[in-house]
Ligand binder design. Structure first.
Ligand SMILES: Nc1ncnc2[nH]cnc12
Ligand SMILES: [Zn+2]
Length: 335
């Protein structure tokens, strides 16, 4: 597998059915009714309904640690060398789960992965759009005791009807605190949401961004500023925001337009695969030529929030992988 960076994965979206059953039993809870409801979904909200119902089995620090460890072990096997993972604290604190159980469980597992796999990691706390800006601001204040352990903030959950500009104040506060800022935009909603994420929130990366392609001026800005787009092809198929076949996915258009697009897994327990599965599926479907897989890894590493030294290490690993395959170096020779 190409060494790469995972930049768009929701930890709660890595909750596999066997772990749901284990946690339900351990916590004395019924197995959620929708445990086996899998892709495709009619739309984002239909998926989110299943996702929020299933994550109810997560109750203790140990649960969050096990979830995170299982994901990181799987990611390491997929070639991931650096992972910036999303967590949705409000989906847990709203159920009465202590914030400390969530963050200490996740952070402990992230630390342990460094020793086990040499994985570097970062944690991005996402605000749930459907709970509104005041709840997001409260969440940011609540996580401040962990400020030094957090990489950044993000914005996720139901998109249409919750434009980025609603979250202007909380993102400004995050910027003051020196946190990195990312936002889901242009997944279901149009290019106006991507503009707002950039111009109002100061988002440094756009999660998805597919619908930016509908606006030529926006495409030009994304290209000129080389704003990273973290694209999730299997997610887009599962939620019917692209497709119906992977070959119809706009990834190759994004790359042809000179955008800094990279491929990620979003909610791999729900959408049919982890990063290795996704890249294989793209190649098999002819959505991108095999020769582009190295470039996607380079784009991911260029989009990561890492030090220059770590970026160089990751790029060197990609160059070495290409050399081992007898391929041109994608770090120097873009496909
Ligand atoms: N694909 C997605 N879009 C928005 N919010 C999410 N939360 C988990 N997966 C998501
Ligand atoms: Zn996402």
């Amino acid at each position: 597998m190409w060494p790469t960076a995972e930049l768009h994965v929701h930890l709660e979206g890595t909750l596999e059915p066997p772990l749901i059953r284990t946690l339900a039993q351990r916590n004395g809870l019924p197995v959620p009714a929708g445990i086996d409801d899998r892709a495709p979904y009619p739309d984002l909200q239909a998926f989110l309904d299943v996702y929020y119902a299933n994550l109810d089995v997560l109750r203790t620090e140990r649960d969050f640690a096990e979830l995170t460890t299982a994901y990181l072990d799987r990611a390491a096997a997929a070639g991931v060398r650096h992972a910036e993972v999303f967590v949705d604290p409000q989906s847990h604190t709203d159920r009465g789960v202590p914030l400390a159980a969530v963050l200490n469980g996740v952070l402990g597992a992230l630390d342990a992965a460094r020793d086990r796999h040499g994985l570097t990691t970062g944690l991005i706390v996402c605000f749930l759009r459907h709970l509104g800006p005041e709840a997001a601001a409260d969440t940011l204040e609540a996580v401040l005791p962990w400020r030094d352990r957090l990489l950044g903030v993000g914005l996720d959950s139901a998109e249409v009807g919750y434009p980025p500009s609603l979250f202007r104040t909380v993102f400004a506060r995050a910027a003051e605190l020196g946190l990195r800022r990312v936002a889901h935009a242009g997944e279901e909603a149009g290019p106006d949401y991507v503009w707002e994420a950039l111009d109002v929130l100061g988002a440094e990366r756009i999660d998805h961004g597919n619908r930016a392609l509908e606006d030529a001026e926006l495409v030009a800005v994304l290209r000129e500023r080389q704003v990273p787009l973290t694209v999730c092809p299997l997610s887009n198929l599962a939620l019917r925001t692209a497709g119906p076949d992977l070959a119809d996915h706009p990834l190759s258009v994004m790359l042809d337009e000179g955008l800094l697009a990279s491929v990620h897994s979003d909610d791999p327990a729900y959408f049919g695969g982890y990063l290795d599965d996704t890249l294989r599926a793209l190649a098999v479907a002819g959505a991108v030529p095999e020769s582009v897989l190295g470039r996607l890894a380079v784009n991911a590493v260029r989009s990561a929030f890492v030090t220059d030294a770590r970026r160089t290490e990751l790029l060197d690993a990609i160059s070495a992988h290409a050399a081992g395959l007898g391929l041109p170096d994608p770090v120097r020779v873009p496909a």
